[in-house]
Design a protein around this ligand. Structure first.
Ligand code: GLA
Length: 383
């Protein structure tokens, strides 16, 4: 696997003729349970990937922001004093959005130049965007020093995505990228912001990620539409957050909701419970229990939240039929992207081969299947 930090430092020197003065890395994440619960004030369980976005850079004194995305072979220059989201270089919005949010907190950010490289697959629902936001915040912390609590940093990056990029996403991605812990799952209560880690506790189980190669884009509108439906359901019960709706009252009055609002809410309630079940199972080293919660989650996405695709359904159903698979589900926003599979380690090789062959036969596409080692959260790196 490539080393984005190392290569971005080399590419920076080549492009700008001097070494970068600061660097940061932030991982992508895989959502284990708790689908579309975050913006409803619910519960999430995730893991940081050992795949990261690295950003390295230095200050500039000519008032310009120069950004180089080596993987995309693209470069963009902005006026630090007055920039706007740029449709041509849409990737740059994740950086500019963070600058914008830091300024809203009163931090002075002037010009800078940076090189970005990543080995988080883009468009797979593995939060390449959060990885870029969080790593940018940590780079800027060194170039234009400021103090911030970790959870506030994650929230700042979430606001960058909400307000500058225009996706009304919750905190899951930025939280996981910031708080990831090697070999552990991380959980978050998105209402109280209580959080912690749960060890998977077993060397004989692997998280296998399968990128369907049917790209997902949250900017396409489905995401904001689902969020609005969840809010509609909450508002019907006089609550801003679905989490605050009383389950007994929901059962009694759910017939009053539009069919879509009811189905979305049922998914979210079920997911919150599956996160609780999943954490309990992980703590008890009950892999079948954790896997069952994951498979239950996918079924709920397929039928209630309707954020799956035929490709993802095929991958999940096939995975579930293969030896050694405890559970499988789509991960992240949905509408394309990847699945996450809990698989007995000694069965992984055969699992990968079979899943790949059958998917290719069925769809003509070659999936990207990899075992996910669970990495640490974002950090400042030495240059
Ligand atoms: C995307 C969003 C997250 C979360 C998931 C679905 O990854 O960015 O905030 O809502 O979808 O759980």
């Amino acid at each position: 696997m490539s080393d984005p930090l190392k290569s971005s430092l080399i590419d920076y020197q080549k492009r700008f003729g001097a070494p970068a003065s600061a660097a940061a890395e932030a991982p992508g994440r895989v959502e284990i349970l708790g689908n579309h619960t975050d913006y409803n004030g619910g519960l999430v369980l995730a893991a940081a990937l050992d795949r990261v976005t690295a950003i390295v850079g230095s200050r500039r004194d000519d008032g310009k922001i120069v950004l180089v995305a080596t993987d995309l072979k693209d470069e963009a220059t902005f006026d630090a004093a007055s920039f706007q989201a740029d449709k041509v270089h849409s990737w740059a919005s994740y950086v500019l959005g963070v600058v914008d949010q830091l300024r809203k907190l009163g931090v002075t950010i002037g010009g800078f130049q940076a090189v970005i490289e990543s080995n988080v697959p883009v468009g797979a629902g593995l939060s390449s965007s959060a990885a870029l936001e969080v790593s940018t915040a940590l780079l800027l912390k060194q170039l234009y020093p400021y103090e911030i609590e970790k959870m506030e940093l994650a929230k700042l990056c979430q606001r960058a995505e909400n307000q500058f990029v225009g996706v009304s996403s919750g905190l899951l991605d930025q939280f996981s990228s910031t708080f990831g812990a090697k070999n552990s799952l991380v959980f978050l209560d998105c209402r109280s912001f209580d959080h912690g880690t749960v060890s998977l506790g077993q060397a004989d189980v692997s998280l296998v990620i399968c990128n369907s190669m049917a790209s997902h884009s949250l900017t396409s509108g489905h995401y904001n539409e689902r969020r609005a439906e969840c809010e509609e359901a909450g508002a019907h019960f006089g609550k801003k957050l679905l989490r605050d709706v009383d389950p007994t009252e929901f059962e009694r009055r759910k017939g009053e909701l539009s069919e879509n609002a009811r189905k979305r809410a049922e998914h979210v309630f079920g997911e919150n419970q599956r996160v609780r079940d999943g954490i309990g199972a992980a703590k008890a080293s009950d892999l079948s229990g954790l896997g069952a919660a994951m498979s239950g989650s996918h079924e709920s996405s397929r039928t209630l939240f309707e954020n799956s695709t035929l490709e993802l359904d095929f991958l999940v159903a096939t995975a579930q039929s293969l030896p050694g698979c405890y559970g499988a589900r789509l991960t992240g926003g949905g509408w394309g992207g990847a699945t996450v599979n809990l698989v007995r380690t000694d069965a992984v090789d055969e699992f990968r081969t079979e899943l790949s062959v059958r998917y290719k036969q069925h769809t003509g596409k070659t999936p990207d299947i990899f075992v996910c080692a669970i990495g640490d959260g974002a950090h400042i790196a030495s240059v």
